[in-house]
Design a protein around this ligand. Sequence first.
Ligand code: ZN
Length: 285
Amino acid sequence: MTEEPVFLLWYARGLVFLVGACVGSFLNVVILRIPAGKSVVRPRSQCRCGAPIAWYDNIPVLSWFILRGRSRCCGDRFSIRYPMIELGTALVFVGLWERAGWPVGGVLMAFAAALIAASFIDLDTMEIPDRFTVGGFLAGILASAFLPALHGIESSGILLLDGMRGFREGLLGAFVGSGLILWIALTAETVLRREAMGFGDVKLMGAIGAFCGWQGAVFALFGGAVLGCILLVVILPLQRFRKTEEGTRVPFGPALAGGALLYLLWAEPHVRAYFDNIAGVLEAG
Ligand SMILES: [Zn+2]
């Protein structure tokens, strides 16, 4: 192997990292403005004192650390969440690119960006806007039909057939994801005699299933539940959640989104092999 491909590989990784950091910077704007019903395009980013933030003070990840979390104009504090979302998005993008390459990785990057934005909006407001969940479901079905490789479907040479297979996988994933969480919630409500889950989570599972397939939806739900419990132990003492009459409410959306990302970045081959194994056993019996 010559050295040129290795150099190109790192060049591409660096490029994907930069794109991810810039998308993360945009997601910070989305997370603040979408729940407030404001435009994500205009006006340009401003400090709380009203002064516009110069481009050189708005460099993803770096500016926060150079300015030590304060604005240049008036010294107002910026949360460490901003550079963390930028860095996190960049790392997720590099991971997806490594796993899936182009073009599947590109589609998954867009999906991951939506998951990250939806998670933090859910943390902030206890709600996920429909444009992320219902929009994600529709986008996932479309992506499945036009890019069947998203579900690991190999080209048969007949475009229409591949498209229909992808469409079927996306739709199946969405129905399994939404149906599973809906029936768990309905059962829990009957047993516990109280409201157990929001409808936003049912819609979010539809979007996750459309992009990740039914195996991914199953993993996101159960892996997300485990992930959520771990995060809760770490975060609960640090963050105050909204108190309602029923007690403290904790958003489940970030856990589901985390489960979906974990599936796409790492678990997919293991989970698919696991289900194939079960299917083999069932057929043999
Ligand atoms: Zn200021």
